[in-house]
Design a protein around this ligand. Structure first.
Ligand code: MV4
Length: 502
């Protein structure tokens, strides 16, 4: 086992990795940009090295600075977290060339799964179901027209170097094909530096189901169940849960076997995720393989009892998996909300600023993986994720009740957050019933309606005004609604009490 590892990341995931390493008795090395001198990960690690100015390309993407910090600190391995360098095969290679261990998959697996057409070739050859479509890039209009005719409309144009929805175009009619293909190629070229696109049959209203796999260096590979990730907004996941409300034990076994076959087919080692689309007939198709620890890994941890980061570190250190497929269980249900610094009343525009007041939720069944603190700043430089709020329950109903309770407890001022929006989703009958697909948010939440704000807010504002009038304005009003630290009889606080709203 390693003695010391470096975490090439920031925010909640750097904190998450530091905690796993600390529990294993390992020393931790943080790297930080000038913007993160006082950040949580910088303070929690045993050692911390500055790696450059705030923009990620000058710091968290600066391979030379990170490798130099590893050398100076005496770290033996590097955990990349997610984002930044996590799925960069050249970084994984550089780490190995520096005589260090990359806590992640082999560079070839990262490269192969990063090329979506190559991934489809490998999966098809391994007998993993893929959506009807092409396994190589398409360059000219004639070929596109011919292939789309064979597959049958609607078809989806995807970027070969892509993923995450960029460069994607749905085509319903042959007349739209040429223009859509040019647009997709342009978008792919600017987003990925590669204009290559390919075609797939477009599945309407699929669910996004992904399977977590773990593979060691001794040839063992297991799956540790699925996550339901259909609740997303513009290809950004918002709510994830485990298990999926629609997966039966029989379907879970088949999905799991397909995921393990996918991992084996690309020579996978370490933790990875195989994403599938599930159609209305409960048929599933390989979509992508993510060669990193995922943001939503906690819902798997809460329902299996595993610590996926510790498993990653043990695998990287050459240890065999300590359990077999038969020993994997599901205990209860877990749901995760991604709490973002964005304004649901303003088309989810990112919200930056200093966090003036923070009261994170806690209590039975609640886990809040967070990288923020009171006095900390949310900047334009990094991802606007504030924290990942996870609720566990003996069943889905209890997990959802706990999540709603925790969202109502969660107070943050200084930046806007999507917490009110998350509550609206939690309270939606279609979400509660489990009957939803990847279009859920687009279908049920109109940005203009959201921008008008909830009706209750108007009632709360009217009651607050009346109470302020009645009590007189003896106390200075807090600077923002909800900031009641120094104003226990704030009209906002009083108006929020049920008895005053009756
Ligand atoms: C699809 C699809 C329907 N049919 N592929 C979106 C992100 C990228 N990873 C692939 N995506 C999709 N691929 C076929 N053949 C629908 C989507 C899709 C989607 C997938 C997962 C989660 C949310 C989504 C929202 C819209 C479209």
């Amino acid at each position: 086992m390693f003695r010391r590892i470096l975490i090439a990341n920031r925010g909640e995931i750097a904190v998450r990795v530091i905690r796993a390493a600390a529990e294993m008795g390992l020393q931790t090395v943080a790297v930080y940009s000038d913007a993160d001198r006082l950040a949580l990960h910088t303070r929690l690690a045993d050692f911390a090295y500055p790696i450059g100015p705030p923009p990620a390309r000058d710091s968290y993407l600066n391979v030379d600075a990170i490798l130099e910090a590893a050398r100076m600190s005496g770290a033996e391995a590097i955990h990349p977290g997610y984002g930044f360098l996590a799925e960069n095969p050249d970084f994984a290679l550089r780490v190995a060339q520096a005589g260090l261990v990359f806590i992640g998959p082999p560079p070839d697996a990262i490269r192969d799964m990063g090329l979506k057409t190559r991934a489809r070739q490998i999966m098809k050859a391994a007998g993993v179901p893929v959506t009807p479509g092409t396994e190589s890039g398409i360059s000219d209009q004639q070929e596109a027209r011919r292939v789309a005719g064979e597959i049958g409309y609607p078809v989806l144009i995807k970027a070969a170097a892509g993923g995450g929805g960029k460069g994607m175009r749905v085509v319903h009619d042959p007349a739209e094909l040429a223009a859509s293909m040019e647009a997709a190629q342009r978008e792919a070229a600017s987003a990925f530096g590669d204009p290559e696109v390919y075609l797939e049959k477009y599945l309407e209203g699929p669910r996004h189901i992904e399977v977590q796999v773990l593979a060691d260096t001794h040839g063992h590979c297991v799956h540790v169940n699925e996550r339901e990730c259909s609740i997303q907004r513009r290809h950004q996941k918002v709510i994830e849960e485990a298990p999926s409300p629609v997966i039966t034990p029989e379907l879970r076994r088949r999905l799991g076997e397909a995921a393990v076959a996918a991992a084996r087919a690309c020579g996978y080692v370490n933790a990875g995720t195989v994403e599938f689309l599930l159609d209305r007939h409960r048929d599933f198709y390989f979509m992508e393989m993510n060669t990193r620890l995922q943001v939503e890994h906690p819902v798997t941890e809460m329902t299996t009892g595993l610590d996926l980061v510790k498993e990653q570190i043990r695998i990287a250190a050459g240890e065999p998996l300590s359990f077999t497929q038969d020993e994997v269980r599901i205990n209860g249900h877990a749901v995760e909300c991604r709490v973002y610094a964005e304004d649901p009343l303003n088309n989810f525009f990112p919200s930056t600023g200093r966090i003036k007041y923070l009261h994170p939720p806690a209590g039975p069944g609640i886990r809040n993986d967070s990288g923020i603190f009171e006095g900390g700043e949310v900047t334009v430089h990094y991802d606007p994720l504030l924290s990942k709020l996870v609720a566990w329950g003996a069943d889905r109903g209890q997990a959802l009740e706990r999540m709603k309770r925790a969202l109502r407890e969660y107070h943050i001022t200084g930046v806007r957050s999507n917490i009110p929006f998350l509550l609206l989703v939690m309270e939606h009958p279609a979400f509660a019933s489990g009957d939803f697909d990847t279009h859920f948010i687009a279908d049920h939440f109109d940005p203009e309606t959201l921008a008008r704000g909830p009706e209750e807010l108007k009632v709360v504002a009217a009651v607050a005004a009346a109470l302020a009038q009645k009590n007189g304005f003896q106390k200075p009003l807090p600077e923002a609604a909800g900031d009641n630290r120094f104003c226990p009889d704030s009209p906002w606080l009083l108006a929020g009490r049920r008895e005053n709203l009756r």
